[in-house]
Design a binder for this molecule. Structure first.
Ligand SMILES: CC(C)(COP(=O)(O)OP(=O)(O)OC[C@H]1O[C@@H](n2cnc3c(N)ncnc32)[C@H](O)[C@@H]1OP(=O)(O)O)[C@@H](O)C(=O)NCCC(=O)NCCS
Length: 155
């Protein structure tokens, strides 16, 4: 698939369905060294989390998973397919997820990010998230574990 948006209308956000999980998992495996499993995505859908895909020509090129509870939103996963990165789609999709949280009357939105993921950190900071804490040894890493930066934003 051509990963340029020239002469095409842009990707469309829509709710994720169970039949999207294979396509989403294929993206996940290409963009994360330690990907979520099929079960993680299925459980997110079964649990009623706010699960979204970003579609181009009816095919997922991105996805986001938001847990909404008790006036708080927690961004559990956000991914844009490798060939589609760097075109502003991650930012647009994140803004959609922030709007979903606001519509659900969440007061705060939280997420974890690896300190090594400078690209994602830049994106979150520029959209108004702040670093509010550190979760020690949160993520698996090639040489053991990696901390997570906890970020939050008042909505
Ligand atoms: C993080 C991710 C969602 C961003 O999506 P994207 O479509 O590539 O990002 P965008 O094109 O919208 O860029 C948004 C911002 O990210 C930052 N960014 C993008 N590419 C960058 C790079 N190579 N270096 C540093 N910052 C970068 C910039 O702040 C950029 O804003 P700008 O273009 O106005 O400068 C995407 O790269 C991704 O899926 N990565 C792998 C999975 C992942 O890390 N998810 C987040 C887990 S917490």
């Amino acid at each position: 698939m051509n990963a340029q948006l020239k002469n095409q209308s842009g990707p469309l956000v829509r709710p994720m369905r169970f039949q999207d999980v294979d396509a989403v998992l294929a993206i996940e495996h290409k963009i994360y060294a330690f990907p979520w499993t099929l079960g993680n995505f299925r459980d997110s859908l079964s649990s009623g989390y706010s699960c979204w895909t970003y579609d181009f020509c009816d095919h997922p090129i991105g996805y986001g998973i938001l847990m909404l509870a008790a006036g708080e939103a927690h961004l559990l996963n956000l991914g844009i397919a490798h060939d589609w990165q760097g075109q502003g789609l991650g930012r647009k999709f994140l803004r959609h997820l922030i709007e979903v949280a606001r519509q659900d009357s969440a007061d705060m939105m939280f997420l974890e990010v690896r300190p090594s993921n400078k690209k994602a950190i830049e994106l979150y900071l520029s959209e108004g998230f702040n670093e509010i804490g550190l979760r020690r040894n949160y993520y698996p890493a090639a040489n053991g574990r990696e901390d997570a930066i906890l970020m939050g934003m008042a909505l």
